[in-house]
Design a protein. Structure first.
Length: 307
């Protein structure tokens, strides 16, 4: 049995790849396997990057676990890629890694730390709760098809002020607790601000639906990226939209149509739009013609103000 004092926490390096891959290649084989060993070298921060820090737990020559902390804003930290070697589970590894993340983030002014996990990963959910994290929100992805000729009943503009006005009072914002996909860090969520939308309107795309009684929907494009299917080896271009919010089904149809046209203009093969995991939002999106992901994702957070 490993004792807590036997666990060393240090910064992960490229030389640790073999030790990380030794156990991550065996994880979640029934779910298609882990991705971390595929992206490890790109995932690590560059030397001198103080916005991101990857911590590794070692026991002698063995890698016992790994996690990465990222500052998404002046006071929001994001924790990702937590993996514990099955040979060292229930031996204090995740607690020590969490503490390293909390210390690092709090020293940089973080008042909150968050993480995301698949809803099916009950072991990770239990470990997060044991580590002090509390439930924050859940979401799902809608997948409309790229279509240059997609159309909806309402006009959609690129006005960030109108998009912000709708977002501030929307049910989506309340359910998501203000969180949307970060435009710089993949698979991370941060609190959306008006300044964010204004910047996104210049850098990517922002959408505001003009409903019958004023603005009735909003979205923005967070990024576009290439993904290669591990089984077929085929590559696809994805257009990702950090949130989709609307007041009713006609507004949802108009918003998804604008997104479909935008993605087609980019030459994207696939689309994903983050939507709240509520009965209304998911059923509206389906009614509007979008495919829906099979399972939701969960976000948990921890207050770091007293850390």
């Amino acid at each position: 049995m490993t004792h807590t004092t036997d666990i060393e926490i240090r910064r992960a390096t490229h030389d640790d790849y073999d030790g990380v891959a030794d156990f991550t290649t065996q994880l979640w084989e029934d779910r298609g396997g882990d991705y971390l060993h595929h992206v490890y070298h790109d995932w690590l921060e560059d030397e001198g990057d103080e916005r991101k820090r990857t911590f590794l737990a070692s026991v002698g020559d063995d890698v016992a676990g790994i996690v990465q902390a990222v500052m998404l804003s002046t006071d929001e930290a994001w924790f990702q890629g937590m993996r514990v070697n099955p040979d060292y589970q229930r031996q204090g590894v995740s607690r020590r890694l969490n503490e390293a993340c909390f210390d690092w983030a709090a020293d940089r002014g973080a008042t909150v730390g968050r993480l995301m996990t698949f809803s099916w990963n009950v072991a990770a959910l239990g470990a997060a709760r044991a580590g002090g994290f509390e439930p924050e929100t859940e979401f799902r992805f809608a997948h409309p098809d790229p279509d240059p000729n997609a159309d909806g009943p309402h006009t959609v503009t690129a006005d960030p002020a109108a998009a912000w006005r709708f977002w501030t009072a929307s049910d989506a914002r309340a359910h998501l607790r203000g969180l949307t996909l970060d435009a710089n860090e993949s698979w991370a969520m941060a609190e959306l601000t008006r300044n964010d939308l204004e910047a996104l309107a210049d850098e990517t795309a922002v959408f505001a639906v003009e409903g019958e009684r004023g603005v009735s929907g909003m979205a923005y494009r967070s990024r576009e990226y290439e993904r290669t299917d591990d089984e077929t080896g085929e590559s696809a271009t994805w257009a990702e939209y950090g949130v989709g919010a609307w007041a009713d089904v006609p507004s949802a149809k108009s918003l998804f149509a604008a997104i479909a046209r935008d993605a087609a203009d980019l030459g994207a093969d696939e689309i994903r739009v983050l939507i709240p995991e509520t009965v209304r939002a998911v059923s509206d999106a389906s009614f509007a013609g979008a495919k829906i992901s099979d399972e939701p994702d969960f976000v948990l957070g921890i207050d770091l103000t007293g850390w």
